[in-house]
Design a binder for this molecule. Sequence first.
Ligand SMILES: Cc1cc2nc3c(=O)[nH]c(=O)nc-3n(C[C@H](O)[C@H](O)[C@H](O)COP(=O)(O)OP(=O)(O)OC[C@H]3O[C@@H](n4cnc5c(N)ncnc54)[C@H](O)[C@@H]3O)c2cc1C
Length: 327
Amino acid sequence: MTTHTTRMLIIGSGPAGLSAAIYGARAGMQPIVVQGLQPGGQLTITTDVENYPGFRDVIQGPWLMEQMQAQAEHVGTRVIWDTIVDIDLASGSPFTATGDSGDTYVGDVVVIATGAQAKWLGVLGEQELGGKGVSACATCDGFFFRGKKVAVIGGGNTAVEEALYLTNHSDDVTLIHRRDELRSEKILQDRLFANPKIKVLWNKQVTRFLGDPAGQGLASLELKDTVTGAVSDFIADGAFVAIGHKPATELFKGKLPMDENGYLLVEPGTPRTSIPGVFACGDVMDHIYRQAVTAAGTGCMAALDAERFLAHREFEAGKELPSVAAY
Ligand SMILES: Cc1cc2nc3c(=O)[nH]c(=O)nc-3n(C[C@H](O)[C@H](O)[C@H](O)COP(=O)(O)OP(=O)(O)OC[C@H]3O[C@@H](n4cnc5c(N)ncnc54)[C@H](O)[C@@H]3O)c2cc1C
């Protein structure tokens, strides 16, 4: 078993973690990134990405994450394939974490970038058609369905917001909900019902996604009426599963403050958690924007704050300030 010691321990290797690593490495903090079970994060399970700045043409999510990792390593980050299974935050800095491998990680600061996972229905065809008509992110993929017929599945705020957003691209949006009323806020419901581009199918459960015979994409959704049991087919070019997200915060339960859905709470407008030296960035602390570029932005903020935290502490301790590389 090995002990890995670093000034900056980063948990998670999505856009937030790798952006923190790039900034941290360039500030001389020799970061270690522990990748977790999904090296590269959520973008590795999608195909086309058209909204990450810097690329005129559509790029591939996995390729983008390979580039971010290569950049982070190039400037001095160590990326380790392991998953953190335990962490002691209560004893203060330096913080000690344990990996699934049995290795120990000791970091003067910790950057939590463990992200979130979209919840899926778990029905036939959903995985196979992911990125080929079935999506969990209207902001990310709505643009690909301009002028087409789309369905949104869900009944909470996320679903209503996704349906409203999709009317920017489509005049034919159908919200499919398994109950006869929505759970979302009243004001959102008012906007939904007032929008002529949106229809609602009540009491319908999606039981399967069906692809077209040519294998090009989604053809239809199989629906079951939750009252009568009748099965029907709903033709759509795109389907957006909008039943919420689950932040990866099990590890921090009882150790850091969270909201009612398990998102880490930070000081507003900053990546600072309630424990000095522990920072959170990306989707794990952001249930609103959930984009690669916002995750990267807060990753940058976490690294800048981490560097300032260490510089301040070392100054207070009468030590010589570390040389700070240009950001
Ligand atoms: C299908 C899909 C398509 C998308 N398309 C777009 C798009 O086109 N444009 C866009 O901007 N956004 C898109 N998004 C959203 C975007 O992917 C996320 O907003 C972004 O990836 C969040 O980055 P993150 O670094 O916060 O977390 P994530 O990308 O979720 O990464 C979390 C990381 O934490 C690691 N981790 C978790 N637990 C542990 C642990 N215990 N120990 C160590 N590591 C751990 C994981 O392995 C992973 O590496 C899409 C999302 C999905 C699901």
